[in-house]
Every structure is written in structure tokens, then in C-alpha cells.
Design a protein around this ligand. Structure first.
Ligand SMILES: [Zn+2]
Length: 142
């Protein structure tokens, strides 16, 4: 269950590879130049870390490598949200998600999809969420 965490810089690289693959480090670097003031060496370092973490695969192609994603964007986003929620007390998950909602621009269809999820969750929701923290890491009464 403990998946490797991706840094914000590594996410930038993954988003490029999820959009276009196979792709070389030079091509990734050119695309990211629009947004980031990184040297090619920086992009190559990030790519190297992502290969080591099993997020990217590298296929030799002449003198360079073609990179492809080893995981889907959907799976990675799912793991990142799970990781975020695992960092807060289970009792604070609701407030955390509420904050994310308030800070997002959502379309009418996004909101309708959320309403469906909420309707379904309501059918089996407990009256109160049980805290699973160790004493000293949250102020819930144990
Ligand atoms: Zn707690």
C-alpha cells in the first residue's frame, strides 16, 4: 500500500509524459520550459528519480531514451488523494474535502457527480466518524 510519493516537480514531468508518450528527456524539457526555469539536467534528474520510483519506463532509442508512463494518471491522482487524507485525523476528512471543494472551480456536471456520490454515501454514513490517531497526534478524546 505504501506507494512512492511524487514531489510537485516530479508531477510536472509526469503530466507531460501522461499527455505525450513515448517522449525523450529533451522533448519533456522543451515543453516544461514554458512553465519552469529548469535546465535540461534538472529535468533529467527528475526523470531519473521517476524511473527509479517505477513511475516511468525507459526504452533505449539510439543515443537517447524514450520515456513512457508506468502508471496511469487516474491511479496516481487516486493515490495522491489517499495520501493526503491519510495525513489528517479521520474525523477531519470531511472538513478537508470541504476545503478542497471551496477552493475548486467546478462545473455544473462536476457538482452533479458530487451530489450523486454524497447521496450514495448518506445511505451508509455513520452518525460519527471514529478517530484512528495515536494519542498525542490529534485532540480527539480517546
Ligand atoms: Zn484523531
Amino acid at each position: 500500500m505504501e506507494e512512492p510519493q511524487i514531489s510537485p516537480s516530479e508531477w510536472e514531468v509526469m503530466r507531460v509524459v501522461w499527455t505525450t508518450s513515448p517522449i525523450t528527456s529533451r522533448e519533456i524539457s522543451t515543453i516544461l520550459n514554458e512553465k519552469k526555469d529548469w535546465k535540461l539536467a534538472t529535468t533529467k534528474t527528475l526523470i531519473g528519480r521517476l524511473v527509479k520510483k517505477g513511475m516511468l519506463t525507459a526504452e533505449p532509442n539510439g543515443r537517447q531514451y524514450d520515456y513512457s508512463p508506468a502508471v496511469t494518471e487516474e491511479k496516481s491522482v487516486e493515490e495522491a488523494t489517499e495520501a493526503l487524507l491519510s495525513q489528517v485525523c479521520t474525523k477531519k476528512a470531511g472538513v478537508t474535502i470541504q476545503m478542497m471543494l471551496e477552493n475548486s472551480t467546478l462545473s455544473l456536471s462536476d457538482l452533479e457527480a458530487l451530489e450523486d456520490v454524497i447521496k450514495l454515501k448518506k445511505e451508509t454514513a455513520p452518525l460519527e466518524v471514529v478517530c484512528s490517531c495515536i494519542p498525542g497526534q490529534c485532540s480527539c478524546v480517546h
